[in-house]
Design a protein around this ligand. Sequence first.
Ligand code: CUA
Length: 384
Amino acid sequence: MNWLKDPTTQLSQPGACSAAGMPSESGPRGTKRLHSRLCNTFSFGFAVLAVCAALSGTLYAEDLPVHRIENIFQPTSLPAESLSFLSVLVLAICAGIFVIVAGLLTYSIIRYRRRGPEDDATEPAQVYGSTAIELAWTVPPILIVVVLVLVTGRVIGEFSAFQPLGNNEEIRIIGHRFWWEVRYPRYQVVTANEIHVPIDDRTQPAATKLILESADVAHGFWVPKLNGKSWVVPNYRNEMWIKPFKTGIYLGNCTVLCGPQHANMLIRVVVQAPDAFYRWLDNQQKPTVEDPGVEQGRKEFVENTCGTCHRIQNLAGADGTFGPDLTHFMSRETLGSGVAPNDKEHLHSWLRDPQILKPGCLMPNMKLDDREVDLILAYLRTLK
Ligand code: CUA
């Protein structure tokens, strides 16, 4: 089961999968015992309900395919395409070298093996100072290295000199232990862990520049189908751009060991058609939903000091930046940077004690009682 990376799979039982329009492939990935225990508690009825919710659009805005296999050989964005081509070229050259060397070695081992005691008395021909042999093992390797250097240099040069045309977005991505802050400075939108970007199509070219920063330790940003890996380090800005040409949800990981929950600092890049992307942005720009029915939950949120770490726009006492911005919390599909689906059950578990789903994460157990958990849960669920 691959629900750590793809909560929608977790909710969809076999059969329900195709009904939800989700691809039913699933990769063998390690899951923690705790997670599988929680996962097994789902009843089929709940799965059906969740799928219905997803279909009716209450849970997820859009039914995009999840590109689950992080394969650098199936690129869907321009830099990843060049990198994939480069990787294939390097692999092909190395495979050729391997076949020639291993072939000659195998041939020599068989052809010149010891055949009997009579071989012990004689010595093979000793060759010294053969210009032909010296040239054969120095010139081709030098040429191969020169070819690799030139091709790699050209790809790197193309990336660094890239000046995208058309309508370009700029996103600041800030690594935290153990989640990603995502900022759209032009729109004053702040979200977390799920990065929405527009697709690049011929009629509306759109590249997205990602500015990568860290708030604490060194992290690594990698969404293999979209671009190569980049370090994300404190006090320095790395930049990369992507030009994805296929809609869908792309998964990525933190690639630098940054602490106990390094493996669960998952990235979801949601590549959308321009109209869907701007609709999403529009919703993110809207003021916080203020539902009078959950007034008590809002009060509990502030009184339990949740606002010290989390910001909710226009809520006095909730302007923390240590944890994710919760203004449009329900527009996200996952909790805890992709560790669980953003549904009632998991949110309940998270509020009760975040250390159950994500042991070692920096949100402590706030020791909320049942009443407080229910009230805050109801409040958070209104933040669409
Ligand atoms: Cu962040 Cu590993």
